[in-house]
Design a protein around this ligand. Structure first.
Ligand SMILES: Nc1ncnc2c1ncn2[C@@H]1O[C@H](COP(=O)(O)OP(=O)(O)O)[C@@H](O)[C@H]1O
Ligand SMILES: O=P(O)(O)OC[C@H]1O[C@](O)(COP(=O)(O)O)[C@@H](O)[C@@H]1O
Ligand SMILES: [Mg+2]
Length: 522
């Protein structure tokens, strides 16, 4: 492979000493160069004959693509209170005296410990992005008796919110002897329009056994100035914010305002969403519980349709822009014949369409089950219904209801074509799967998130969120989880596994064929 690259004359080559030797370069001297790479061997080439302006700028990605392992390590760090309060005093972490932690072999996480964003890499490829590992630090930037923490929950429900609340309270209290913890009621607007409640380990002792949020929640109502005024007025110095992408956008604004005002306030996010659409982290808490609960609806649909002639079961599951719940529930069940998600466009009529597939399955098996994510097929409904774009209080688009629309379409098609009368069983368990308490493994996951957030805030980190990255919990800059949403990648193996398990049409390919045909007809 022949690669041409040039980079800033003001920077030394970003290569390891061994690679510099191989290329006959002086490791510390800035220079413009070209070289070729063949099976991992680098050979220097004569200087380029191209014009300067375009060639002098080279992105970090280009450089790191060409370098050996040592020099392309990137740490995406989170802010620290000392970034804007440089004289902040620190104190020994009280955990060193804790019964439990003091016997841990390595009580404190080393500042050098990082978590890699990508663990599957090729030999010679860049080491890539890393995040700080969560956990207690040797020094803390708060005296326990001076901490006044608050917790707020925003956005939609999700199994496990109460466990996170409980474990923030118990973590602060048991590990750091913090006693002053406020619950902000009813989401962001609760900062300025609702009461607060005192949270103690005793108050939150049983809440993890219940679904919902003990602190209640809301959409909309984020007013940065009013919120930070309130934080200042109440003397709050640690803010724990549990919520999804919208909530984290709000948390980033709070952090910025706190920094602008020079307040010693740590802002920590804990990512929450039933849709599992938060970027970077492995998965969001409550997701496993939701997938498990979805099985009950799928089982019910299967039992119903198996017991009648030409039974068609439809189960609608949550998933506004991403079909993770539908995909995992389908994969887990094995009773699902077809899974429709927002990321994969489908069509009803014609060759390779959904109607043809349903007819075929009914002929083969006498019944079928379809799982549909609520965000699927929105464009088709919109084209027919001509509904005005509506939004919720947070600005999220309100979806058109795919469930009844799809049920009616299928019923109408089969009754009109007089091919067969289908026996439709439509189940909508959407709120049921997110209103339940979290299962055992989600409870443990919630505990790790809560404790990670507590350790981070006590250590003076701020403007961060927490979550598992390749199974290791990390502190992640908030911008990384708000800049894009996690979606099912149709080119990933997981979707291929689903297609292999259901044997449903991969509408993407068929759709392309259809478009090509249409173009050719024209
Ligand atoms: N772009 C934004 N800037 C500031 N606050 C936001 C933003 N988007 C949403 N929020 C606030 O975050 C909270 C929850 O947002 P929402 O989208 O409903 O849920 P989620 O956080 O689960 O995505 C709401 O109080 C909303 O006002
Ligand atoms: O009816 P609500 O409470 O607004 O919630 C519905 C939406 O909430 C969700 O569960 C997502 O919630 P978040 O925005 O909090 O992640 C979607 O799946 C669903 O469309
Ligand atoms: Mg959201």
């Amino acid at each position: 492979m022949d690669i041409s690259v040039s980079f800033s004359k003001t920077r030394p080559p970003p290569f390891s000493p061994s690679l510099c030797r191989q290329l006959s370069l002086r490791p510390n001297a800035p220079q413009l160069l070209r070289f070729s790479r063949n099976n991992g061997t680098f050979r220097r080439k004569p200087p380029p004959t191209i014009s300067r302006p375009n060639k002098l700028a080279v992105t970090a990605i280009q450089i790191s693509n060409l370098s050996e392992n040592e020099d392309d390590f990137v740490l995406e760090d989170v802010p620290h209170l000392t970034d804007f309060l440089p004289n902040l005093p620190s104190y020994p972490n009280p955990l060193q005296k804790s019964q439990g932690y003091s016997i841990v072999k390595k009580t404190f996480v080393s500042p050098e410990d990082v978590v890699a964003e990508n663990v599957v890499i090729q030999k010679g490829s860049p080491r890539g992005v890393h995040f700080r590992r969560t956990g207690p630090r040797e020094k803390v930037y708060f005296k326990p008796e001076e901490v006044r923490a608050c917790i707020v929950t925003c956005g939609g429900l999700c199994p496990g919110i109460n466990t996170v609340i409980r474990e923030i309270v118990c973590g602060l209290n048991n590990m750091y002897n913090v006693e002053d913890i406020l619950g902000i009621e009813g989401g962001y607007k609760g900062f300025y329009s609702k009461n607060t409640m005192m949270l103690t380990p005793k108050v939150v002792n049983h809440i993890h056994k219940c679904g919902g949020t003990f602190l209640r929640t809301s959409r909309g109502g984020h007013d940065t100035h009013k919120i930070v005024d309130n934080i200042e007025d109440r003397g709050i110095n640690q803010v724990y914010i549990i919520g999804g992408d919208g909530t984290h956008k709000g948390a980033a604004l709070i952090y910025e305002e706190v920094k602008k005002r020079g307040l010693q306030v740590a802002v920590a996010g804990i990512p929450k969403t039933i849709d599992n659409d938060i970027a970077v982290i492995d998965k969001s808490f409550g997701f496993d519980t939701a997938v498990e609960e979805a099985q009950r609806a799928i089982n019910a649909a299967h039992v119903e349709v198996e017991s009648v002639e030409n039974g068609v079961g439809i189960v609608k599951l949550m998933g506004r822009y991403s079909g993770f719940i539908a995909m995992y529930a389908t994969l887990a069940s094995r009773d699902v014949d077809c899974c429709l998600i927002p990321e994969s466009p489908f069509y009803l009529e014609g060759r390779g369409g959904l109607f043809e597939f349903i007819e075929q399955r009914l002929k083969e098996n006498g019944h079928l089950v379809i799982v549909v994510a609520e965000g699927a097929g929105q464009e088709y409904i919109a084209a027919e219904v001509h509904a005005a774009d509506k939004k919720d209080a947070s600005g999220n688009k309100l979806l058109l209801d795919i469930g009844p629309w799809l049920s009616d379409k299928i019923k109408d098609h089969f009754s009109m074509s007089r091919k067969m009368a289908v026996n439709m069983k439509y189940i909508d368990p959407t709120y049921m799967i997110r209103a339940i308490p979290s299962n055992a493994s989600d409870n443990i996951y919630c505990t790790l998130l809560a404790h990670g957030a507590v350790h981070g805030a006590m250590a003076g980190y701020t403007g961060f969120t927490v979550g598992p990255v390749n199974s290791k919990h990390a502190y992640i800059p908030i911008a990384r989880v708000t800049e894009k949403q996690n979606k099912v990648k149709l080119t990933d193996r997981m979707w291929a596994r689903l297609l292999a398990s259901t044997n449903q049409p991969s509408f993407v390919a068929s759709d392309q064929e259809r478009v090509e045909k249409e173009i050719m007809n024209i």
